[in-house]
Write a protein that binds this ligand. Structure first.
Ligand code: PAF
Length: 282
């Protein structure tokens, strides 16, 4: 496993692989790797000749009041997980390499960026699109691997790739969960013992919503109310949003039909958790 810390050697390694006709799979991360990342890396390894993992805590996607300074940084542990998953290259750039002094250029996927989490985290998706755009130019992957837990991120990045004609396929992998249903996330580390006990209500509430839809419910207001009530009654958390939206446009639905994304964001103390399910409704 090679660790590359500068942009030029990463671009050269990618170009060399391409010249040899090898395919490159790419998993972008901010480190603090867990089994969710491992599942992306496994698929990446399976599909491609070369698998590249990037680790970069991107300041441009954190708001001024958010957890950039405290975001877990676990270089040694991350390297062990990467090795176990047979990553070929870890791209580990410095802040200076990614955002040199006087940096000015951003990618803004208009309108999609301001929905769902975008209402609560202004500028977040502009930061995500910009860094992933830069990483795609550096790593030149054939396939980009993303996790379904970050549903809006997947929609925003797919749209960016389509609109800007990047020759990259996007593969979205299912959310990996703890045995009690809590979606794996680097931010679960912020949960207190009490909050950790309550947090599985998010997925339980989503499953109850799925059950209601299976039994015929199509009214989005009722589904949202069902989820909100379950979360309120079973935790001391703050709900940012519970929304039922079209899974491609992220536009809110009154009546559930087609491919529906039910997405939630809930704060438990220091931890802002997101989760979602996608339902195909005829
Ligand atoms: O999902 C993440 O960890 C980040 O948003 C990403 C895609 C690595 C961009 O910094």
């Amino acid at each position: 496993m090679q660790i590359i810390k500068n942009i030029l050697p990463m671009q050269e390694a990618a170009a060399k692989a391409k010249r040899k006709g090898k395919t490159i799979g790419f998993v972008p991360t901010m480190g603090a790797l867990h089994e969710g990342h491992a599942s992306l890396l496994k698929q990446c390894r399976k599909d491609n000749d070369i698998s590249v993992l990037s680790i970069f805590v991107n300041p441009k996607q954190f708001g001024p009041q958010e957890d950039f300074a405290n975001y877990p940084r676990e270089e040694k542990k991350d390297c062990l997980l990467a090795k176990k998953e047979k990553v070929d290259i870890i791209f580990y750039p410095s802040m200076k390499a990614m955002y040199a002094e006087g940096y000015l250029t951003y990618i803004d996927v208009e309108s999609l960026n301001s929905k769902l989490c975008g209402q609560f985290r202004p500028g977040h998706f502009k930061g995500v699109a910009t860094i992933v755009g830069k990483l795609l130019n550096i790593v030149s992957p054939d396939i980009l691997y993303l996790g379904q837990k970050d549903a809006q991120q997947c929609v925003v990045l797919q749209k960016m790739i389509t609109d800007l004609n990047w020759p990259v396929k996007v593969k979205v992998m299912p959310t990996v969960r703890e045995p009690d249903g809590l979606a794996m996330s680097s931010r679960n580390k912020y949960l207190t013992v009490q909050e950790r006990l309550q947090a599985p209500i998010l997925y339980k509430a989503l499953l109850q919503a799925k059950k209601a839809v299976t039994q015929g419910e199509r009214d989005a207001t009722k589904i949202r109310y069902l989820i909100e009530t379950l979360i309120r009654e079973n935790s001391a958390s703050h709900i940012d949003y519970v929304e039922c939206v079209d899974s491609n446009t992220l536009l809110p639905l009154k009546t559930l039909s087609g491919k529906v994304l039910i997405a939630i964001a809930v704060k438990f103390g220091q931890a802002r958790l997101i989760d979602n399910i996608v339902l195909n409704i005829s």
